[in-house]
Design a binder for this molecule. Sequence first.
Ligand code: MG
Length: 380
Amino acid sequence: MSNALVVLGATGSIGTQTLEVADKLGFEVAVLAARRPSPQLAELALRYPDAEVVVAGGSTDERSQLAVEIGRKPGYGPDAVIEAAAVRNRLVVNGIVGAAGLRATVAALRAGNRVALANKESLVAGGPVVKAALEAGGELLPVDSEHSALHQCLAGEPPESVARLILTASGGPFRGRSRESLANVTPEEALRHPTWDMGPRISIDSATMFNKGFEIVEAHHLFDVGYDHIDVLVHPQSILHSAVEFVDGSWKGHMGHPDMRVPIQYALTAPERAANPGSWFDPVGMELSFEAPDHEVFPAIGIAYEAGRAGGSSPAVMNAADEMAVEAFLQGRLGFLGISDVVARALETVDWRELKTVDDVVAVDAEARSVAAGLIAGVC
Ligand code: MG
């Protein structure tokens, strides 16, 4: 397998941790792609002088300044990012945040590449399209800790021996709270995640548990398991990263530190394992606890099951409406409880349709965003 890495979203949390892992493994960094020019990107470009640098956006001035700083001309535009992912024999790490990541995933898979996937939108919004692209021969390896855990537990097991997938959830900063007590929480409170250090959208999605909802949909597509056989288990310590229950009643779970470098590394080397990128795990003295999710306080999980079962455009609507609602919440334009209300109402409002192409996904994404914007404005 190729070890020429294309790092999409190179300056983000997944991108920087990928580069750390890649350095340890001695992988070649072929492409560094980012949303726009930035001091961090310039620094990376200097650290990897042989890597092609690509930016999806940014002004002409910003791009020429970057070119001067790094001593080479960056590729430019969303198409340049997609082209970089579509060069054969590359290992594409997709850490793009947002719907732009879907095109890159599809292009990389069609080229027969392995995609280490950290972009949620690819499978949540574009599940049917990504599944079709996979038939071209590419390979999809999850970077998310839960799905990496499930992938590892399922390895070598025949599908008919699987009873259910158990996705663990930390429960976020509001675990154990009542619904009323969440009416006036601030973005600062919601951003404080107990066990994982993540970007703002995913932190809010953890607080509402929409993140787990998206992971249910992703697990369905990644492992071809029906929604009736996927469950969520709250586990505040984030040590059991997920588990599989088999028909004989056995469980296989994946445990370790909450350290994203481990699933990132596994996505690059699977099925082989490389040396531990972090510290050794020692469970002595640890107490692990498990509880059922509170569906009244966290309606997101139920909404996600419904959207997932409806299939077609519904998960894409859920994703787009959630992104709009989270942004509005972070800007103080929407209350915390309003996030799931906006998503549920957007799902009722946007007409269901089948998704066959990336353009279908883009169209439904745009429509859901405009519907969600209207709902949010109506609340204010
Ligand atoms: Mg996760």
